[in-house]
Design a protein around this ligand. Structure first.
Ligand code: ADP
Length: 443
């Protein structure tokens, strides 16, 4: 028997006892004053008893419903029905208020979630009470499992731990996170309420990388310019201080010219890069004749090689006139750079093949194959980085700036194509530029 049934039985029992006591009292009074009165009192007592039991049953039904007010209220007549109705209305109004509050809270949380920045809420003991999706990603936390955990037990990055412990949150702190992907976060703590903390995190990995690249770039440019400048200064001092013979003077001037040319190529490549980076995507309806491009590349290449290499230039256009869309100076620069590299990194006597061919997909490819020194596989992914050289001294000796392949990559990407490199040390390399079908036509 459950507790509500036993409660009901005890209530009904109490009523019966009361009624029996009333009956006995009626019988005693009746025996004192006569039979008709006894009868009346007995009937009245029974009526009270029945009403009282019914009342108790109604009250019990109401109470039953109040225990689970989600269900429909019992259909009760009279006063109990009115009570049930009013209680239901109060519950309904409260439910609506709660739903509205919950909707507002949800909107507020969704707004926080929409931000790319992370938010962590900590209680006064630095236990996590809420984690936004971005914060979970930034700190490598689980939004369910890690609630109520002490934050420093889970995020052990030393800079963050020290920052949180120091209690001076005027400035943000930069932390290199090491879970999953390497991420640099800017973290700021704000204290609110009674020692509660709001931890804000921002992913600044890209910004940091761009800053590092800019710093490296400036350092590299300075280094590249400083070396020829130092050499030039030395020669100038020599010319001023020492009486030189005509032969010596000519030699010094030749060396000075080489250094000046080196600086000139560097500045020219830097300007090309800056111009490519700063200009809009090349139009796809400015058509350039490929045979004209090939002729200029061939004459520059042959001039650079000075007949030290057997060179072949092949244009496969099915006997038609091939055209390529984009900026002529950029294509010349990209293709010319590949040919110039092939000449510079190929020993005398080894062949160089330059080829333009249509592809089955309607596009085309321009390739430069040399039988030169080749490149070890570990260097290949880095060749298009600015100032990356496999052999710095060979590059400089042959007039290289370390910027050629980054210019090539930029140009080809801007025109929707790609640069592919295959190479084997000691055997040679093939550099291929692919051009998408939308930028190639035959007329
Ligand atoms: P650089 O001015 O030094 O030639 P690049 O950006 O054109 O600069 O090339 C980057 C590096 O790639 C070069 O320093 C060289 O080590 C390597 N490289 C480029 N082309 C070739 C090639 N055809 N054969 C061998 N190595 C090459």
């Amino acid at each position: 028997m459950d507790s509500s049934n036993s409660w009901l039985l005890s209530r009904v029992g109490a009523r019966l006892l009361t009624a029996s006591a009333g009956g006995l009292a009626g019988w005693w009074v009746g025996s004192q004053i006569g039979y008709p009165v006894t009868l009346c009192m007995g009937a009245a007592t029974s009526a009270v008893l029945i009403l009282s039991v019914m009342d108790t049953l109604k009250g019990h039904r109401l109470l039953d419903w109040l225990r689970t007010p989600e269900a429909a209220p019992p259909d009760l007549p009279g006063l109990w029905g009115e009570v049930a109705h009013r209680v239901q209305r109060v519950i309904h109004v409260k439910d609506e208020q709660i739903a509205q509050e919950q909707a507002r809270l949800q909107e507020f949380l969704s707004a926080i979630e929409a931000s790319p920045n992370g938010v962590l809420l900590l209680d006064a003991r630095e236990h996590i009470t809420w984690i936004s999706a971005a914060a979970a990603d930034h700190f490598g936390l689980s939004r369910q499992r890690d609630l109520q955990q002490r934050v420093t037990n889970l995020v052990r990055q030393p800079t963050f731990v020290q920052y949180l412990a120091a209690g001076d949150y005027r400035d943000a702190v930069k932390c290199q996170m090491s879970h999953g992907t390497q991420m640099v976060l800017q973290i700021q703590v704000r204290v609110y309420g009674e020692g509660l903390k709001l931890v804000l995190s921002q992913d600044i990995t890209e910004r940091e990388r761009a800053d590092t690249m800019r710093r490296d770039f400036v350092a590299n440019v300075s280094h590249e310019i400083r070396t020829p400048l130092t050499v030039l200064n030395g020669f100038i001092e020599t010319l001023g201080a020492l009486p030189l013979t005509e032969v010596e003077r000519k030699r010094v001037i030749t060396l000075m010219t080489q250094q000046a040319e080196r600086m000139q190529s560097l500045v020219s490549d830097l300007l090309t890069l800056a111009q490519i980076e700063g200009s809009p995507r090349p139009a796809s309806d400015r058509w350039i004749k490929v045979d004209g491009l090939m002729q200029r590349i061939e004459s520059d290449g042959r001039a650079l090689s000075r007949e030290r290499h057997p060179m072949s230039f092949v244009l496969e256009c099915d006997g038609k006139l091939c055209e390529i869309a984009g900026i002529e100076s950029e294509w010349l620069s990209a293709m010319g750079n590949l040919v110039s590299n092939a000449v510079r990194y190929t020993p005398e006597g080894k062949a160089i093949e330059v080829r333009w061919a249509r592809l089955p997909n309607g596009g085309a490819e321009f390739s430069v194959k040399d039988g030169g020194i080749g490149i070890a596989p570990e260097h290949i992914p880095r060749l298009t980085e600015r100032f990356y050289r496999v052999d710095g001294s060979r590059s400089r000796e042959t007039g290289g700036t370390g910027l050629g392949l980054s210019i090539v990559k930029h140009v080809v990407q801007r025109h929707g194509g790609e640069l592919r490199i295959s190479s084997e040390p000691g055997k040679g390399s093939t550099f291929t530029l692919t051009v998408p079908a939308s930028r190639v036509r035959q007329v």
